[in-house]
Every structure is written in structure tokens, then in C-alpha cells.
Ligand binder design. Structure first.
Ligand code: FAD
Length: 388
């Protein structure tokens, strides 16, 4: 297409600084060289190549938007661009980096003691220690304030009891950030994997986010030292502020998955022939491509806008909800539409589309379902709480 880049139709690259573009290109190369060649096999075998953690750490992507303790101190826009490129590879990779940086490192960085930060953050930034974030429980999803996992102080130890479910990285994590009910309200705990009474079990037979480990964490009189509580926060603000960080990454990441699907559909539409012509010459196919391009462009612009607001410390959680709701919903719609363009080939792992489509079903559900974000927006708009 003369003069216009289909993957950046609005020319948004012109709004990025040289530093932002350089970081984006580095992650794009990493995804091209290290993720794309293996991703279909990892997805098929339902495994995550955890040995690549140190490589991702060397790129400075873990906790990249945090400062000090070995973290890269990048801007929110740079973090977003990295999420977009990673998710153009696979949502599993972006989830791995989001959970490590936003859900495990962020609460330590924000609410941890000096000792906790010095002990864990440099190792986690380097990919030498993997973290997970335990909030959801088998019977507690969208309403995490009703969690049942408890922690009680017994001498100089906390004793945890309960089960967390659907925990990304759970089975491969060296430490879990676990949110539990105490006499003083919800607190966060650093639970190293070798803690007595702590076990994990991976969830099998997933048809979405297969190249990502999802686990159950069980705490049966699990004991951790008294100093393993995060001292800086009590109440749901701890987990919810961490989720806000991760959701921001999803606003960008989902557009990466959408872009990959759009690019696959566009390439297929111009090379596949039926009725003696490329299928991209049919008006119905062009309409699909045009609609995909419109939503992709709008979603990319929205991500960049929220990123700039975040860098100015002006973004509101409700605005991030708007971004997560829109961009994941539209990414899924783009993936489904792209799948139709590829016809039968669209259902195989030879092309990225059905893999992204299935992954996005998880992305639609985690970090607040679409319905929950609609309720967040509904409350912000009306002042009326429709949650309970
Ligand atoms: C692959 C994957 C990885 C995950 N990783 C993590 C992780 O690392 N850490 C973690 O803590 N959790 C994780 N989760 C869990 C995820 O955050 C939850 O699945 C999510 O919060 C939704 O909870 P639920 O699945 O129990 O659904 P439910 O809360 O039971 O909801 C079921 C349906 O009811 C709707 N619903 C619920 N309440 C309302 C309401 N008030 N009004 C209207 N509709 C409503 C929901 O929107 C949804 O459509 C992960 C999930 C998946 C699938």
C-alpha cells in the first residue's frame, strides 16, 4: 500500500520518541527470533519455555516500569509497547511478563520493606526468580473481597490456610504473592515455594493460553516468617492497585494479538485465490479488512493516549478499565473475523490466528471480566454501584 503502513494506518510511530521506537524494535526482534519459531509447538504441547526467563530479564523487560533494584525505569509507554510486541507473539508470553512485573514485582516494590525489595527485586528483574500473584480462589473470582484464604500470626510466623486458583506461573514460581484475610483486613504475603505446607498443582486441558502455566496454590497450615507480610498496605487496595498496573499492559498487549491476526488475514487475502481472483479483491473481504483496520487503529491510539496519561501520573483506574474493556473485546472480534478470512487454514496452528483467538478468551476474563469493567464504567458514569 503506497505511503500507508497497514499495521500503523494512522502513522502513530511518528508520535513515539526514538527511545520508544528503539525499545519497541528490540522486543519485536526478540519475538520474531525467539518466540515465533517455537510458539506453535509450545502451544500444542501446553508448555511454557521457562528457561527463556533469563533472556527476557537480560532485555530488561521484567518490572521495566519500576525504578531501582535492578529494574529498567522505563516509561509507561515503553512498557506498553513491550507488552504489545510480546502479545503479537503470544498472550502467554505477555502474561508471563505482566505477572512477573506488574503483579509480583510491583506489590513488593510499592508495599514491601527495604529488605524484601533488596532480596527479591534484583533477582526477579534478572529472571532468576519467578513470581506469581494469588488472588482468585476456586469460589471467589470477580468478587475478590470475599476471599476465604486466611493468615494468622502465631509467634514469629504467619500461618496461611486456603486455596488459590487460576494462578499464572504458579507451578514454576519461586515465590507467590498471596493475598489473605487477617484480623486486620486483607494483607499480602511473600510465600517462597519451599515454605512448609505450600503445594501447587497445574491446571490441565486448557484450550486457551496453552503456552502459559496456570496453577492452583494450596496452603495447609503454611508457615512463613512474620517479616514476609508486605508492610505497606492493608485492604483490597493492595491487590487492586497491582491489577491496575497489569490491566494497563493488557490495553496494549491485546492490540499486539489483534495486529498479528490482522496482518495474517491481510497477507492471506492478497495471496489466496478463489473464483480466479485474490479473495482480497471481493468487497465482502475488503469490508472485513477495513473494519479490522479501523478497530486496530482506534485501539492503538487509545493505548498510546492512556500511556501518555500514565506517564504524567494522571490516568484513572476507570480509564484503564475503559481501555481493557474496549481493546480486548475488539481484539477478540478482529481475531474471529481474521479467522474467517483464512477459511479452513484459519483453524490450524500453521497460522497464528486461532491461537490468538483462543488466548484472547482468557484475556477477556482475567484482570476483570468485560462485565466487571462495564460495571466500573457504569458506576463512574452514574455514581451508582451495581456490583452487588
Ligand atoms: C488463564 C487464566 C490466568 C489467570 N491468572 C490469574 C492470576 O495469575 N492470578 C489470579 O489471582 N487470578 C488469575 N486468573 C483468574 C481471573 O482473574 C478470574 O478468572 C476472573 O477474575 C473471573 O473470575 P471467575 O473466573 O471466577 O468468574 P466469575 O467471577 O465466577 O464470573 C463468571 C461470569 O459472571 C460474570 N459476573 C460476575 N459478577 C458479576 C456481576 N456483579 N454482574 C454481572 N456479571 C457478573 C462475570 O463477568 C463472568 O462472565 C486467571 C484466569 C485465567 C483464565
Amino acid at each position: 500500500m503506497a505511503g500507508l503502513d497497514p499495521s500503523d494506518f494512522l502513522g502513530l510511530d511518528a508520535l513515539l520518541s526514538d527511545e520508544e521506537l528503539a525499545l519497541r524494535d528490540t522486543v519485536r526482534r526478540f519475538v520474531r527470533d525467539r518466540v515465533l519459531p517455537g510458539i506453535a509447538d509450545w502451544f500444542e504441547r501446553a508448555e511454557f519455555p521457562v528457561d527463556m526467563a533469563k533472556e527476557v530479564g537480560a532485555l530488561g523487560l521484567f518490572g521495566m516500569h519500576l525504578t531501582g533494584y535492578g529494574c529498567a525505569g522505563a516509561s509507561a509507554v515503553q512498557y506498553g509497547l513491550a507488552c504489545m510486541e510480546l502479545e503479537a507473539g503470544d498472550s502467554g508470553f505477555r502474561s508471563f511478563v505482566s505477572v512477573q512485573g506488574s503483579l509480583a514485582m510491583f506489590p513488593i516494590w510499592k508495599y514491601g520493606s527495604e529488605e524484601q525489595k533488596s532480596e527479591w527485586l534484583p533477582k526477579m528483574a534478572g529472571g532468576e526468580a519467578i513470581g506469581c500473584f494469588g488472588l482468585t480462589e476456586p469460589d471467589v473470582g470477580s468478587d475478590p473481597a470475599s476471599m476465604r484464604t486466611t493468615a494468622r500470626l502465631d509467634g514469629d510466623e504467619w500461618v496461611l490456610n486456603g486455596t488459590k486458583a487460576w494462578i499464572t506461573n504458579g507451578g514454576i514460581a519461586d515465590l507467590a504473592i498471596v493475598w489473605a484475610r487477617t484480623d486486620d483486613g486483607v494483607r499480602g504475603f511473600i510465600v517462597p515455594k519451599e515454605s512448609p505446607g505450600f503445594t501447587t498443582r497445574d491446571i490441565e486441558r486448557k484450550l486457551s493460553l496453552r503456552a502459559s502455566v496456570t496453577s492452583e496454590l494450596a496452603f495447609d497450615d503454611c508457615r512463613v516468617p512474620a517479616e514476609n507480610v508486605l508492610p505497606g498496605v492493608t485492604g483490597m487496595r493492595g491487590p487492586l492497585s497491582s491489577l491496575n498496573e497489569a490491566r494497563y499492559g493488557i490495553v496494549w498487549g491485546s492490540m499486539g494479538a489483534a495486529r498479528a491476526c490482522f496482518e495474517a488475514a491481510l497477507e492471506y487475502a492478497t495471496t489466496r485465490e478463489q473464483f480466479g481472483k485474490p479473495i482480497g479483491s471481493f468487497q465482502l473481504t475488503q469490508r472485513k479488512l477495513a473494519d479490522m483496520s479501523v478497530e486496530l487503529s482506534k485501539g492503538q491510539l487509545l493505548a498510546l493516549h492512556l500511556g501518555r496519561l500514565k506517564d504524567e501520573d494522571r490516568v484513572r483506574p476507570e480509564q484503564i478499565s475503559l481501555g481493557k474493556l474496549n481493546n480486548v473485546r475488539e481484539a477478540l472480534a478482529i481475531a474471529r473475523e481474521a479467522r474467517t478470512v483464512l477459511g479452513a487454514n484459519g483453524i490450524t496452528l500453521e497460522y497464528p490466528v486461532v491461537r490468538h483467538m483462543n488466548n484472547l478468551e482468557s484475556v477477556l476474563t482475567y484482570e476483570g471480566t468485560s462485565e466487571i469493567h462495564q460495571l466500573v464504567l457504569g458506576k463512574a458514569l452514574t455514581g451508582l454501584d451495581a456490583f452487588g
